[in-house]
Design a protein around this ligand. Structure first.
Ligand code: SF4
Ligand code: SF4
Length: 357
């Protein structure tokens, strides 16, 4: 198919969805830029950029520049807790410890969608970007955007066609590529190759210096051998040591929402237990999940998006809480198939408190 035909097909596809419920999730990369331009031609005027707090300042400037060029506002959203606030609790974001996407990328996109009634995010995903993406379709879902449908208008485009389109419409070339990078995105990413990391380090020395300070600290605290290699690129495959710590056994007091943990240290009302219907108070598996969520909560806000009734919030103490008047007891917030296990603190904390039953 010729590029012109692909463009027409993409425009026809995008025009099928109600504009008021669609936004472009713009990443500042080349594919995303093409998706944004197509969306603009299809009459869509809302776009959002998720600043993970480890973005290149050049990319953020580029996002603003594109907004001005297109004459649209690209909202920039940031996470409740930055990468730098979370790393002391969750450790190095390696391929075996991927806490970063749900907390610093998708959490704010979910909140943005909720605020503006967005049901569809347009992306620049393409099949030939990676083997994993071969399975993607034009309309898809993402377990980290539980109530959003993803529209991928250039899913079948090649990289060559993307560059051809950018040239044809005289779009600005995103930063990064000019400096020999293969993609934009988080400066710190365990999926970057060692070669690409070396380039990024030169381009973003301040962010890297800050990160290397953490790497040195972790290498010291965890007694990691070959510290130099760990700091250079070995951190990408870091496996955190066993971190589960049993803090007690569940004992229900007077069939009420009061749980005694048999270590004798905890005897309190767990707020989240109100989520369980009274008749299910003997469902110890659900009780365990909710108690552990509460014990391990770091206030990242990632799980708020799991609740279709908007009943979850982060309270004044900075931890998860429920507005029981809104709760429909659907138990989606216990669903571990989304958000990489349903709760970031409970799955990725450097020390995870668990209860037995
Ligand atoms: S309960 Fe878990 S996912 Fe939800 S805010 Fe707390 S740590 Fe984050
Ligand atoms: S049970 Fe359903 S409605 Fe209640 S807090 Fe959990 S996700 Fe929300």
């Amino acid at each position: 198919m010729l590029l012109k035909e692909k463009e027409i097909e993409a425009l026809y596809f995008l025009r099928q969805f109600p504009r008021s419920k669609v936004a472009v999730s713009f990443s500042g990369g080349k594919d995303s830029l093409v998706a944004l331009h197509l969306a603009y031609r299809a009459g869509i005027r809302r776009a959002v950029f998720s600043d993970t707090t480890i973005e290149s300042q050049k990319v953020i400037e580029f996002v603003k520049e594109v907004g001005t060029l297109f004459g649209i506002r690209i909202d920039i959203v940031r996470p409740r807790k930055s990468f730098w606030e979370l790393i002391p609790f969750l450790g190095i974001p390696s391929v075996h410890n991927r806490w970063c996407c749900p907390t610093i990328k998708f959490q704010q996109l979910n909140e943005y969608a909720k605020k503006y009634g967005i049901k569809y995010y347009i992306t620049g995903l393409r099949k030939d970007e990676s083997l994993f993406r071969k399975e993607y379709e034009k309309i898809g879902t993402n377990p980290m955007l539980p109530y959003i449908i993803q529209l991928n208008p250039i899913i079948d485009w090649s990289e060559k066609e993307v560059w051809e389109y950018i040239k044809k419409y005289e779009l600005p070339v995103p930063p990064g590529y000019k400096n020999g990078l293969l993609r934009n995105g988080c400066v710190i990413c365990p999926y970057k190759s060692p070669k690409e990391l070396e380039k990024v380090k030169k381009l973003e020395p301040e962010i890297w210096k800050k990160f290397e300070d953490f790497l040195n600290l972790y290498a010291h605290v965890f007694g990691i051998p070959n510290k130099e290699e760990f700091v250079r690129s070995g951190w990408r495959s870091w496996r955190p040591p066993t971190r589960r710590k049993v803090v007690g056994k569940i004992k229900i007091i007077n069939n009420k929402n009061k749980i005694e943990l048999t270590n004798g240290l905890e005897k309190r009302d767990f707020k989240l237990l109100k989520i369980i219907n009274k008749e299910k108070l003997n469902d110890l598996k659900k009780i365990k999940i909710l108690i552990e969520k509460e014990l391990n909560c770091i206030g990242c806000g990632a799980c708020l998006s799991l609740c279709p009734a908007d009943a979850l919030h982060i309270n004044e103490m900075g931890v998860i809480d429920v507005d029981i008047k809104k709760c429909t007891h659907c138990y989606e917030c216990l669903n571990s198939s989304k958000l990489r296990g349903g709760c970031v603190g409970r799955n990725y904390g450097l020390e995870i408190f668990v209860v037995e039953y």
